[in-house]
Design a protein around this ligand. Structure first.
Ligand SMILES: O=C(Oc1cc(O)cc(O)c1C(=O)O)c1ccc(O)c(O)c1
Length: 162
């Protein structure tokens, strides 16, 4: 489904908008046997027409994922997705057959572009994975899907998820 993208002038018009702090514990919650998630904006079964995002930003979720569990393969298009793993780890696999682990204190940026699928699972051996997820509408449409990641700490080669 195509959605109308906010134009640059609309984004500029948001300058001076009042920002509200929404702490995770105060946000809507999804509790499943494998997932506990807090949603800043409407997500999945949580629907609040007054909270559908901010400018191009559509998703901010705070996820806690059980060992061996995760999000099965699903599609995205024209979205920019950021995953910031705080503890545990996530195994990210794409339709292009690329796949890698996002380790604690590592962030991943995915441009879904003209479309693709991905899955994300917590393969760790210790406790749950905690991560912060954000999704925003791309300002350019149908670009090439690309993914990259950045670590905020030095990592050892071959280091495993906790
Ligand atoms: O990023 C989006 O959804 C997700 C939210 C999560 O808490 C965990 C995830 O693994 C995902 C995901 O991988 O998709 C997202 C982004 C944009 C959009 O329109 C969505 O419906 C979901």
């Amino acid at each position: 489904m195509w959605r109308k993208l906010p134009s640059a002038s609309k984004a500029e018009a948001l300058e001076g908008t009042m920002l509200a702090v929404r702490k995770s514990a105060e946000c809507a919650r999804t509790k499943l046997d494998w997932l506990e998630s807090r949603h800043t904006f409407s997500f999945d079964r949580y629907r609040d027409p007054a909270s559908m995002g901010f400018s191009v930003l559509r998703v901010i979720n705070d996820d806690r994922i059980s060992l061996g569990a995760g999000f099965p393969t699903h599609p995205h298009r024209n979205m920019e997705i950021l995953t910031w793993v705080l503890s545990g780890g996530l195994e990210h696999r794409e339709s292009s057959e690329n796949g890698w682990r996002i380790r604690p204190e590592e962030a991943q940026r995915m441009t879904a572009g003209r479309g693709g699928t991905h899955s994300e699972f917590h393969p760790g051996r210790a406790s749950r994975c905690t991560c912060c997820k954000s999704g925003s509408f791309s300002l350019t449409r149908a670009s090439c899907p690309t993914t990259s990641s950045a670590a905020s700490r030095k990592q050892n080669v071959g280091e495993e998820c906790a």
